[in-house]
Design a protein around this ligand. Sequence first.
Ligand code: A2P
Length: 268
Amino acid sequence: MNAPKVTPTVPDAQTVLGVKHYTDRLFSFKVTRPKTLRFRSGEFVMIGLLKDDGRPLLRAYSIASPAWDDELEFYSIKVPDGPLTSKLQHVKKGDQIILRPKPVGTLVHDALLPGKRIWFFATGTGIAPFSSLLREPQTYEDYEQIILTHTCRNKNELVYGENLIQEIRHGGIMSDLVGDKAVKKLEYYPTTTRDPSNQMGRITDLLENGKLLKDLGIESISQETDRAMVCGSIGLNTDLKKIFERFGLKEGANSEPAHYVVEKAFVG
Ligand code: A2P
């Protein structure tokens, strides 16, 4: 006699509320937020799906929505042979995903000492934690100037960030939360490395050759004024750390706040 087929129940299940595909490599989706989930803007959680054997397959994903939002947004790469993203890219409204409600991370305001200017350096899907932090009122309360740099290979990979900036500047919610004047503190510096665009080049090169600072009218980066958060590939993170250290900035952590923090963007 065959054993009856058991459909595994999804532990820590949340329901997909919507999915948006940007390119054949990028998509975002929103899920319900567990009522008990508290997180700091910039943190990540483990999310995933059940494998065929009924066991969970989880990866760390930055929460792209701000801490005040009722829904949780995620921004993801699609890797054709990636164990999770090859399946996750097909989720639809009404599907369930697993979300472990234990947020953690270093890209949080608590890991930085007070400063005047905050830099968010992102490549690819590394923009996700900054999507959260750029909609976090504390960012506008704590800093006089807020700069987001986003570098992607191609122009169509910048669209998620362009939409985010458009929403912050003109969507009305951030003006209601922090006021029009505060929203004007935000500067956006998108660059591409492969497609021709208005601003081309790796952000590391643009920072080292002085172009980024010149374009923004900033004289230099210093321990007294500048704070930075970085989210990208290991290569970007390592290269930027070296540049920051030359400017005299020190790496911070939740336990010991300093001048900059880095986190690896999810890549597979
Ligand atoms: P490049 O096209 O020169 O490799 P990916 O899509 O591979 O995650 O890369 C996202 C962006 O990050 C690309 O524009 C890529 O530039 C850039 N990038 C990758 N590694 C570094 C690095 N070490 N320093 C600066 N930019 C980097």
